[in-house]
Design a protein around this ligand. Structure first.
Ligand code: ZN
Length: 141
């Protein structure tokens, strides 16, 4: 995935939680990034084999949280096998952590601590349920 998003809201935590959510009974996770004045709404939908990620853009975040997905403009849609999706999210989170550290992350994004618990949960679910042959070393190059 190569979509740049602003972390004005707790985007990383939401993304990691959304990825973890697809392992549970809740098969759809929705969260939004506040990209003032727009809203970017992420909808993560899981089936047994794959995860579909759709990002909708809404013109005005002040009113859009009440609007249905269909009122937004699709700016991104992709389907990934679940292991690939989970691995990519995990990898991105670990790179953020490796680059900034927990203290650096909090300093950069002010309000939000690095979601270490969510990352550990996702890592555990991914390693338990996905046959992923890629490395999962926490220390990234
Ligand atoms: Zn993996």
């Amino acid at each position: 995935m190569s979509l740049t998003v602003s972390y004005c809201t707790d985007g990383l935590a939401d993304l990691v939680a959304g990825a973890g959510g697809v392992y549970g009974r809740q098969r759809t996770a929705r969260f939004f990034f506040d990209a003032e004045p727009q809203e970017l709404r992420w909808v993560v939908r899981a089936t047994d084999e794959s995860v579909e990620v759709t990002i909708y853009e809404f013109a005005d975040v002040a009113v859009s949280p009440d609007l249905p997905d269909s009122d937004g403009t699709v700016v991104w849609r992709s389907v990934h096998p679940r292991p690939v999706f989970a691995h990519a999210v995990l990898d991105a989170a670990q790179h953020v952590l490796a680059e900034h550290g927990e203290a650096g992350y909090r300093a950069k994004w002010m309000l939000h601590p690095f979601p270490i618990g969510l990352v550990q949960d996702l890592r555990r679910l991914h390693l338990r349920d996905d046959a992923c042959a890629l490395p999962h070393d926490l220390s990234c190059p």
